[in-house]
Design a protein around this ligand. Structure first.
Ligand SMILES: Nc1ncnc2c1ncn2[C@@H]1O[C@H](COP(=O)(O)OP(=O)(O)OP(=O)(O)O)[C@@H](O)[C@H]1O
Ligand SMILES: [Mg+2]
Length: 608
């Protein structure tokens, strides 16, 4: 921490929270609590009502007894009415207190959840892929649950205990203001032990949430990979992997329990100091005849009454600290600024021919140290033509497609579509102009129809069937138990690899975009289906700019132009005949079977 700011924090908060935690807390209050002050005030009102009616119980009991003892028939009806009234009022207040406090808390947490998810889903592709799915899921669920828990405990206790402390405090001041001041003078002594407990608890809470994120991540990973686990008999590996996480979470939780537990004794010790101070002063005063033992006794009683709520207020800070730790993680997420965003002066992309120009493009993934995925790539894809990208695995082909879709921004050079730099057009108009079938097919656990319709959400059923036919998918779809309404399972698990690819292709066709990017879109198809799909695609891509990545000679040969990539560079460009004649890298790829001839090799990329 740098120099101390001029406001070291106010009141009791300063005792337990360091500056950073206080900043988070203030921000949290301003963002989420303050806008709901009316509802919170209402909770306060109902809680006070609850407290007041609870306090009314002993009175009612006393009067009932009195009237019973006196067998006073005059008073009895009033007593009965009072009993019913107090009970009814109390249960009404109890209900209102529960509902209003739950509503305000749930509302806060739900709003936070919405904000965090909305922020996350519009953030960079790079950001979303940096953290595992499980960790992201955990941030949006477990972290928020921790915040909810913290608000719940602290709000309820805070409202209840503040009221009691205030009441007792007034009594104490009224009895003896000087002794009261002495009692409160000891608070500063608590700063050191408590803030150290607070710091420790906060760090443990953060580590716990992070570990829970890891656990969720591994759990989802392992459960998504059950096919592998079963096939390779990796059950024990999975169990060991997860047990490590479970144990670690157990250890961290115990650490938190111990830190939390230390808060009690620390406050108890504090109370000891206060009482000692009070006794000393009282002794001095009594010895001098300024006050009586009775005064002293009355005050000590009030002090003991105050001790319990003060102690539980102290314990509330532990919930606050744990909530702050979770809030910090949510703010970390909310504070990340996406880099792939529309510029202030971004215009809509206007596609005329759909020519794509790569002008000395370079790019390195943030996570890969040093090595650049793409370097010095200059290429012109003429509008309406098909260009095939070929090359060894890891050559940078998929990266090129990612860059055209602007999933990442180039870090050198530029990419133009019909003369417009991708970074100067709006993302919406760019993505509108592009249909993409990526190397890993993404399908949701929904019907086949819904999965295809993701290409264009307002498409009619006829459009969907036409797209499925164009992707040679219609036949297998109608053969499914419920046809287009068949639900295909998690990630489309109930379809074969080739079927999944054709659904993804139908989706891209349905989008009817002027630019088509196909990353091994037909790699899992058998010869016959591939031939059908290729024929349909040839018709479909006639006037569209198409970038196609393929390992199959039959696909590559159809392209107007072939572009060979190696280690991020473009090494050769030309037609099939040109490149064979040149007898360079392309000819070598053909010979080495990196490009496979389907007529001789029936099934190259078998789906697992
Ligand atoms: N998300 C990523 N983060 C870091 N590095 C990556 C990422 N994706 C790809 N790379 C690296 O970038 C390089 C190019 O990868 P790319 O996916 O473009 O290859 P490719 O030509 O499509 O290969 P393949 O034919 O196997 O699909 C590789 O060295 C790869 O390790
Ligand atoms: Mg690839």
């Amino acid at each position: 921490m740098g120099k101390r700011s001029k406001s070291p924090g106010t009141g009791i908060r300063a005792l337990f929270l360091d500056e950073q935690a206080q900043r988070t807390l203030r921000r949290f209050v301003a963002d989420w609590v303050a806008p709901r002050w009316r509802q919170i005030a209402l909770v306060f009102v109902f809680t006070s009502g609850l407290a007041a009616t609870t306090g009314g119980y002993p009175l009612v009991i006393k009067h009932s007894f009195d009237s019973l003892m006196r067998t006073d028939s005059h008073v009895l009806p009033w007593v009965l009415i009072a009993i019913i009234a107090v009970t009814a009022a109390r249960s009404t207040f109890l209900y209102l207190h529960q509902v209003t406090s739950a509503r305000v808390i749930m509302r806060m947490v739900t709003d936070m959840q919405k904000a965090a998810f909305a922020h996350l889903i519009v953030s960079d592709f790079a950001r979303l892929t940096r953290e595992t799915t499980g960790r992201l899921v955990s941030r949006l669920t477990n972290d928020l649950a921790a915040i909810q828990q913290a608000i719940q405990t602290s709000m309820i206790a805070f409202v209840r205990d503040t009221l009691s402390v205030l009441a007792v405090l007034i009594t104490m001041l009224w009895l003896d203001w000087m002794l009261t001041l002495i009692v409160f003078a000891v608070f500063p002594f608590a700063v050191l032990p408590m803030s150290s407990i607070g710091r420790r608890l906060r760090s443990v809470s953060r580590r716990t949430l992070s570990e829970i994120g890891d656990m969720t991540s591994r759990l989802t990973e392992v459960l998504a990979g059950v096919r592998l686990i079963k096939a390779f008999r990796l059950e024990n590996y999975a169990i060991e992997r997860l047990n490590g996480n479970f144990e670690q979470i157990y250890r961290l939780r115990m650490k938190a329990v111990r830190a939390r537990g230390r808060m009690g004794p620390a406050l108890e010790a504090l109370a000891g100091i206060a009482i000692a101070g009070v006794v000393a002063l009282a002794y001095w005063r009594i010895a001098r005849g300024i006050s009586t033992v009775g005064d002293f006794m009355g005050f000590v009683t009030a002090l003991l009454l105050a001790a319990q709520p003060i102690k539980s207020l102290g314990m509330v800070t532990t919930s606050v600290i744990e909530g702050v730790a979770a809030a910090e993680r949510i703010y970390e997420l909310l504070d990340e600024k996406p880099t792939v965003v529309d510029r202030a002066d971004a215009r809509a992309l206007v596609v005329r021919q759909g020519a794509i120009v790569f002008d000395d493009v370079g790019f390195a993934y943030a996570t890969s140290a040093g090595s650049r995925a793409v370097e010095n790539v200059s290429l012109t894809v003429p509008g309406g033509k098909t260009v095939a990208l070929v090359g060894r695995s890891g050559a940078g082909k998929s990266t090129v497609i990612n860059l055209v879709a602007r999933l990442f921004d180039v870090d050198a050079g530029r990419i133009l579509i019909d003369g417009q730099d991708l970074r100067e057009v709006t993302l919406t108009s760019l993505r509108q102009a592009i249909a993409i079938v990526s190397q890993e097919v993404t399908l949701f656990d929904d019907t086949i129809r819904a999965n295809i319709a993701l290409g264009r959400l307002d498409a009619s059923d006829d459009d969907i069937v036409a797209a499925a036919k164009a992707a040679a998918a219609h036949e297998f779809i109608v053969a499914q138990p419920l046809g287009y309404d068949t639900v295909i399972g998690d990630s489309g698990l109930r379809l074969s690899g080739g079927q999944r690819q054709r659904v993804a292709l139908a989706r891209a066709i349905l989008k009817n975009a002027p630019i088509l990017l196909l990353d091994e879109a037909t790699s899992a198809l058998d010869t016959e289906s591939e031939r059908l799909v290729q024929e349909a695609l040839t018709r479909f891509t006639r006037d569209r700019t198409t970038l196609v990545i393929a390992h199959r000679l039959s696909t590559v040969q159809r392209a107007d132009m072939i572009c060979v990539m190696d280690q991020g560079h473009i090494t050769e460009v030309g037609s099939h005949a040109d490149l064979i004649a040149r007898d360079g890298a392309y000819a070598r790829l053909c010979r080495s079977q990196v490009l496979v001839d389907l007529e001789t090799t029936p099934r190259s990329h078998a789906a697992e």
